[in-house]
Design a protein around this ligand. Structure first.
Ligand code: FE2
Length: 419
């Protein structure tokens, strides 16, 4: 069974990553940052958690307002450093613990947290700035991470209470995972700062110190506060500290504080908090939790010829589904029609994937993990009606398939093709 061994709270200012990249350990301006992180770094080195569950917010880097979500969980196997305008930092990719992430995703959905999921999106300073100072990465990162991006930039955003409840459900999710893994929860953000408007430069060290104390002993008080109250006390962007409540909610009611620090060099209060459970936390009923997770799809396995598109399939067949989805781009479909081999090579399709597409093996594509709505696009590009795909999946001719419809003459496509 996976277990939570501790909780870390940390700021995620770009300055931390800057200090790391510039080797500023001995520079008096930056040395306090490294000093502040040393106990966290030492604790991680001693405890060697298998996985860091990493709560952060993206800063309009990998996620934009064309589709903005509240809780977005990384379910992939690897994450690159994002380019935030000046090229990506020179950091090795971080391995994700996809299997645990997908289990957590299922468990959170089962508890009625309507999650978003991502893979193949790079991580910005919200995650990698603090990670690079607490986890030595030379020669590869020492473990795996599960990133959780919380949408805190475009209002409405989750309440502090919702973040706290998320953490409580996260604990049940982690503890119901069968493999013996040790997990540390890392929450990032803040502390007090404001970076926009005439109030830019606002700080409140007194509140920051009080916030750290409340985080340890009175998280309920913090969970009750509104966004406006957080902004009043800690600046508008400082309100992102509600993300810390995800970590606190995942920890037991009573915690031991092993380390607490605060340093304000410029715009944002840089804080560290290291918590360990003091005694046992709320007991997770593992059997009941697993039953809850499995409940919605229980019995679906008996539906022959039916293939639920799950997070596992989504990750497994991501490359192929990307290729099919790209049929919405005129250049991609033109290349596919003109020179399929070149198109496959550019997309990095495997031999098996190329064969499936070449053979218009609709059933094989579904068995491999393609989503039907990608096949529908491929068919449209090929000038085929949807019925060609349906018939192919059933192993019938199109004419025979059409005979099974109420109106056999109803033949259509998602595109304006001649049928
Ligand atoms: Fe932030």
């Amino acid at each position: 069974m996976a277990r939570i061994i501790g909780g870390i709270g940390s700021s995620h200012t770009p300055t931390i990553g800057f200090a790391v990249d510039q080797g500023k350990q001995d520079d008096p301006v930056w040395a306090p940052i490294f000093e502040a992180y040393r106990p966290v770094r030492d604790w991680l080195e001693t405890k060697r958690p298998d996985v860091l569950f990493f709560i952060y917010n993206d800063h309009v880097t990998s996620f934009f307002f064309d589709h903005y979500s509240a809780f977005t969980l990384g379910i992939g196997e690897s994450y690159e450093a994002a380019d935030e305008g000046g090229g990506p930092r020179n950091l090795p990719p971080v391995r994700g613990h996809g299997a645990l992430a997908r289990h957590i995703g299922q468990s959170m959905m089962a508890e009625e947290f309507d999650m978003s999921f991502f893979q193949s999106k790079p991580l910005d300073h919200g995650c990698l700035s603090p990670l690079s100072v607490m986890w030595p990465y030379e020669g590869g990162w020492p473990g795996q991470i599960i990133p959780l991006a919380v949408g805190v930039l475009q209002f409405p955003i989750p309440s502090a209470r919702r973040c706290y409840k998320f953490g409580q459900a996260l604990r049940r999710a982690i503890e119901s995972y069968p493999e013996d893994l040790s997990v540390a929860i890392v929450a990032t953000g803040g502390l007090s700062h404001q970076v926009h408007g005439e109030r830019a430069g606002f700080n409140n060290p007194e509140w920051d110190r009080e916030f750290l104390d409340l985080m340890i002993d009175e998280p309920e008080t913090l969970a009750d506060m509104t966004h406006a109250r957080y902004a009043e006390l800690g600046g508008w962007e400082g309100a992102e500290v509600i993300m810390w409540l995800v970590m606190r909610g995942a920890m037991p009611e009573h915690v031991n504080c092993l380390h607490k620090s605060y340093y304000l060099p410029s715009m944002t209060g840089i804080a560290n908090l290291l918590l360990e459970p003091a005694g046992a936390g709320p007991e997770t009923d593992v059997k009941a939790q697993r039953a809850l997770i499995g409940r919605q799809l229980e019995g679906a396995e008996a539906l022959t010829g039916t293939y639920p598109f799950t997070l596992e399939l989504s990750v497994q067949a991501y490359r192929l589904n990307t290729y099919l989805h790209d049929m919405v781009k005129p250049e991609h479909r033109k290349l596919f029609l003109r020179d399929p081999e070149d198109s496959y090579a550019q997309a990095g399709l495997t031999e098996a994937e190329q064969t499936l597409v070449n053979n218009r093996d609709w059933a094989g594509l579904i068995h491999y993990g393609a989503i039907f709505f990608g096949l529908e696009k491929l068919a449209a590009v090929l000038g085929l009606p949807n019925a060609a795909v349906y018939a192919g999946m059933r192993g019938e001719t199109m004419a025979d398939f059409q005979k099974t419809r109420n109106v056999p003459g109803a033949v259509y496509s998602v595109s304006d093709i001649k049928v």
